[in-house]
Design a binder for this molecule. Structure first.
Ligand code: SF4
Length: 608
C-alpha cells in the first residue's frame, strides 16, 4: 500500500524509481517481484510484464532463463529499463515496447505467452480499460497459461479498513501535494478476472489485507470472442456541484470524470466522433457547446487535466486516445473513420500511430469547444478559429482559480495569528491580482515577475508617502512593504505562462533545477528555447501547421504557400513539428543558429 501511493510520486522521476520504491516499501516491492519470479518463471518461458516500469522483474525473469517482454506507457521508465538491461548483458533476452495496457493485442500474436504479470497497475485503469485489458491478456496467454496480478484493494474486515484508511489518508494527501494525482484501491478485481473468462487459482493477501496477489489460469478451451458493446455515459453523469465549484478554485489538483463514451443527442452511424480530455470543466464545456447536436463524445483518460496542460505534460497522448477508441469500441458504432481531436492536443498526438492502431484519421478541430458546431458544418472554419485567446474573462477566471487556495491558506493563518489583518490582506491580495491579471497586456515588463516588480515599486512608494504624510519615518512600515512585495512576487510568478501561453518563469526555474514536472500544472515537457525553422524545400503546403499552431505563427502567402510569418510569437510548443509529415520544420535554438534566409526575408518585424 505504502509503496503504491509513493509510486505515483516516484513515477515522475523514473531514474530514482527503484531506489525510492524500495526504501519506501521497506523492500516489499522487490520481495513481491522476486517471489513472482521464483514461483512462476521457468527457463525458456515466454513472459510478458504489463507496466514493466524500470524493468526489475524483467531482469530477474531473464536471469532465471525466461524470454521476457515488457510494456510500459512511460517512455522515461523504458529509457531507464533499457539502460539497466544493457548493463546486465540481457539485451538478447528482453524486449521492451512503449504502449498502453490495451494496445498489447496489436503488438503480439494470440496464445503467445506462458505467463503474464502485472504489478501495481490495474487500480490505475478505469473500468472499461480493465475489462479490455483482461480480455486481451486472456487472448495472449497460451492455453493453461498463467496470469499473476498484484494490486491494492480495500481490506474486508471493518477494523482493518479503519486502520488502512488512517494510514493511507496522510500518504494520499502527500501524494496529492507532490504529484497532484491519486490512486484508489478497489475490490472488484476477482469478479472482473472471472468475468473475463480466467479461472482464479490462488489468492494471497498482505499489508492489513490491503494488497492482493492473485493467480489465474486460462482454460484450455477458452474462446477469444467478445460479445456486446460496453455501456455509454450521458452528459448528465458529469453534473456535480462540488466538482463544478472545484473547477474554478482548485486547478492545482486534477478534477477527473470517468473516461469513456458519452452519447449526446441521438447520434447514428454517420455522426461525428469528438475527443476531449477527462478534466471535469473541459467535458462540461464541450457538452454545453454541443447541446442540440447528435454526437459521440469520447473522453480520454488524461489524469483529470485540461487538454493543453495534459498534452504538453504528456498525460493526453496517442496512447490515451487509442485507449479511449479501443475501450469504447467506437469503430463498431460508426461507419466513418474520422475522429475530431482538440487543436491543443496536437503536441502530444502521433496521428500515424493513431491510424495504425485504430484505423481512425485524426482531424484537428478549433481551439475552443464553442466553435465545434461551426466546424462540424464547415471544416474550413478551423482556419478562423484556431488561435488561443487570452481574453479578459479568461484572465479573470485564471486569477481566481490559480490563487484561491493560496489566498485561503494565508487567510486562515492570518485569522489565527492576526485576525484584524484578514480583510486588509484579502482586499490587497485580490486587488493586486486584479491589476496584474487584467492589466497584463499593458503593464510594462516582459515577464510576470517584472510586471509584479513594477507594481511593487508603485505600492512601496505609496506606502512610503503615506508614512511621510502621517509624519513617520519613510520606512516605518517596512514590514508591510515586504509583505506587499512578497504577495506581488507570488501573483507574478508563472503569470506569463498562465495568461499568455508562453514559456513561464516556473518552467524556466524547473528547467534550471533539472525538473521535468511538478504536479500537472508545471511541466517542462515542451520547454525549449528554440524558435521554429522551416525547410521550404520539404514543405508540401498541406496546411496542417495553420490548423495546429495556437499562435498563428504561419500564414498563407503567394496563394497557397505556407510560411513562418510571426516567428516571435512561437513559444516552442512543438505542435507543428510533431504534426508535419514531411519533417519540414524544426525547433532550433535561435542563439545558436541563423534563421532560414527565405523565412527571414518573408518574416515581418517583431512586435515592439
Ligand atoms: S510555430 Fe511555435 S507556437 Fe506555433 S505550433 Fe509551432 S512550435 Fe507551437
Amino acid at each position: 500500500m505504502f509503496s503504491y501511493i509513493f509510486m505515483k510520486i516516484l513515477e515522475r522521476r523514473p531514474e530514482r524509481y527503484d531506489t525510492g520504491i524500495n526504501i519506501l516499501s521497506g523492500g516489499h516491492a522487490q520481495k513481491i517481484r522476486k517471489q513472482i519470479v521464483k514461483n512462476f518463471v521457468k527457463p525458456d518461458m515466454d513472459i510478458l510484464d504489463i507496466g514493466c516500469g524500470t524493468g526489475s522483474l524483467l531482469i530477474d525473469a531473464a536471469n532465471a532463463g525466461a524470454n521476457a517482454t515488457g510494456v510500459d506507457i512511460s517512455k522515461g521508465m523504458l529509457v531507464v529499463a533499457q539502460k539497466r538491461i544493457v548493463d546486465n548483458g540481457l539485451k538478447d533476452r528482453i524486449t521492451l515496447h512503449n504502449a498502453g495496457v490495451v494496445e498489447i493485442d496489436s503488438l503480439f500474436a494470440e496464445n503467445r505467452f506462458d505467463l503474464i504479470v502485472s504489478t501495481l497497475v490495474f487500480s490505475e485503469l478505469y473500468a472499461e480499460e480493465r475489462a479490455l485489458a483482461l480480455y486481451q491478456i486472456k487472448k495472449l496467454l497460451k492455453p493453461d497459461g498463467t496470469f499473476v496480478i498484484a494490486v491494492e484493494v480495500q481490506p474486508k474486515k471493518p477494523l482493518k479498513r479503519v486502520i488502512h484508511f488512517l494510514v493511507r489518508f496522510p500518504l494520499t494527501v502527500l501524494t496529492y501535494i507532490i504529484a497532484q494525482t491519486g490512486t484508489k484501491p478497489f475490490n472488484r478485481i476477482t469478479d472482473e478476472i472471472t468475468q473475463a473468462g480466467l479461472n482464479i487459482t490462488s489468492e494471497k493477501r498482505s499489508f492489513l489485507d490491503s494488497f492482493i496477489i492473485l493467480t489465474a489460469r486460462k482454460p484450455a478451451n477458452a474462446s477469444s470472442d467478445r460479445t456486446g458493446l460496453p455501456g455509454t455515459l450521458k452528459a448528465e453523469d458529469d453534473r456535480s456541484f462540488i466538482k463544478s465549484v472545484w473547477d474554478f478554485i482548485g486547478p492545482w489538483f486534477p478534477n477527473p470524470v470517468e473516461p469513456g463514451l458519452r452519447v449526446l443527442g441521438h447520434p447514428d452511424r454517420k455522426s461525428p466522433v469528438i475527443l476531449t480530455s477527462n478534466f471535469h470543466l473541459t467535458v462540461r464545456r464541450v457538452e454545453k457547446s454541443l447541446n442540440g447536436e447528435n454526437i459521440f463524445l469520447l473522453v480520454a483518460p488524461a489524469n483529470g487535466i485540461n487538454v493543453w496542460c495534459a498534452s504538453c505534460g504528456g498525460e493526453l497522448n496517442t496512447h490515451s486516445v487509442i485507449t479511449a477508441i479501443k475501450t469504447s469500441r467506437i469503430n463498431e458504432r460508426v461507419d466513418h473513420h474520422h475522429i475530431i481531436l482538440p487543436q491543443f492536443s496536437a503536441p502530444g498526438i502521433d496521428r500515424k500511430l493513431l491510424k495504425k492502431e485504430t484505423k481512425r484519421t485524426g482531424v484537428f478541430g478549433p481551439a475552443y469547444s464553442k466553435d465545434i458546431p461551426l466546424f462540424i458544418n464547415n471544416r474550413k472554419t478551423v482556419f478562423e478559429h484556431n488561435r488561443a485567446e487570452f481574453s479578459l474573462l479568461f484572465r479573470l477566471e485564471m486569477l481566481l482559480s490559480m490563487n484561491f487556495i493560496v489566498w485561503m491558506v494565508i487567510g486562515i493563518l492570518t485569522l489565527l495569528i492576526e485576525p484584524n489583518m484578514f480583510f486588509p490582506f484579502s482586499i490587497f491580495f485580490w486587488l493586486t491580482g486584479l491589476m496584474l491579471y487584467a492589466g497584463f497586456p499593458v503593464i510594462p515588463g516582459k515577464s510576470g515577475w517584472l510586471k509584479a516588480a513594477v507594481l511593487s515599486v508603485i505600492e512601496v512608494i505609496a506606502i512610503a508617502m503615506y508614512s511621510v504624510c502621517i509624519s513617520q519615518p519613510i520606512f516605518s512600515h517596512w514590514d508591510t512593504m515586504i509583505i506587499v512585495s512578497a504577495i506581488n512576487m507570488w501573483l507574478g510568478f508563472d503569470l506569463r505562462g498562465i495568461v499568455a501561453g508562453v514559456t513561464s518563469e516556473a518552467e524556466w526555474l524547473m528547467h534550471q533545477l533539472g525538473m521535468s514536472s511538478f504536479g500537472h500544472i508545471f511541466s517542462t515537457g515542451v520547454f525549449n528555447t528554440g524558435k521554429i525553422q522551416q525547410d521550404i524545400s520539404k514543405c508540401n503546403n498541406c496546411r496542417i501547421w495553420l490548423m495546429v499552431c495556437p499562435k498563428s505563427v504561419f500564414e498563407t502567402v503567394d496563394k497557397n504557400k505556407i510560411r513562418v510569418q510571426r516567428q516571435w510569437e512561437c513559444f516552442s510548443c512543438n505542435a507543428c513539428v510533431t504534426q508535419c509529415s514531411e519533417e519540414a520544420l524544426s525547433l532550433k535554438d535561435a542563439k545558436k543558429t541563423t534563421s532560414n534566409k527565405a523565412n527571414a526575408a518573408d518574416a515581418k518585424k517583431p512586435r515592439g
